[in-house]
Write a protein of this length. Structure first.
Length: 148
């Protein structure tokens, strides 16, 4: 039994777990599982090449099958950023939006933003109700809300 290889795998396991705890990014935990599997099979003196293969296979299987589930449950309470929260919101045009002249502003949530129309040839008048479709740099991309 090569105790040094087992210790090396366990050290790698601890290092990967510490990195995961510091970053909290779900990046190294999968490889920590691979390191644990490799450490376990290194105990009965398994060839090093097989240990590497087990490390890689277990890491990739964990990454492929459990990451989507983990991301879904760990990110469910994530607060959207200011920009992400703008998409889908309604806004009022406070300064005519004219893409040709490169002008226009909207007010949404009590904040004024530079804005451009999603249609380049349409001028949106002051007072129009628009929906935010996206963000381009510091400008909101908007579309006039159609009443149905």
């Amino acid at each position: 039994m090569d105790v040094n290889l087992t210790i090396a795998w366990l050290v790698l396991l601890v290092v990967l777990i510490v990195i995961e705890l510091v970053t909290m990014g779900l990046t190294t935990i999968w490889f920590a599982g691979g390191a644990l599997a490799a450490a376990l099979i290194s105990i009965p003196d398994t060839p090093f090449v097989l240990q590497i293969i087990v490390f890689l296979v277990v890491s990739l299987v964990l990454l492929y099958f459990t990451r989507p589930v983990a991301v879904k449950y760990f990110n469910k309470d994530r607060v959207r950023t200011n920009i992400e929260g703008m998409i889908g919101r309604q806004a009022i045009v406070v300064s005519e939006i004219n893409n040709v002249e490169g002008i226009g502003q909207v007010n949404t949530g009590g904040m004024e933003w530079s804005a451009r129309s999603s249609y380049h040839n349409i001028v949106l008048p002051v007072g129009a109700v628009v929906t935010v479709l996206g963000v381009d740099g510091v400008k909101l991309i908007v579309e006039e809300k159609v009443e149905r």
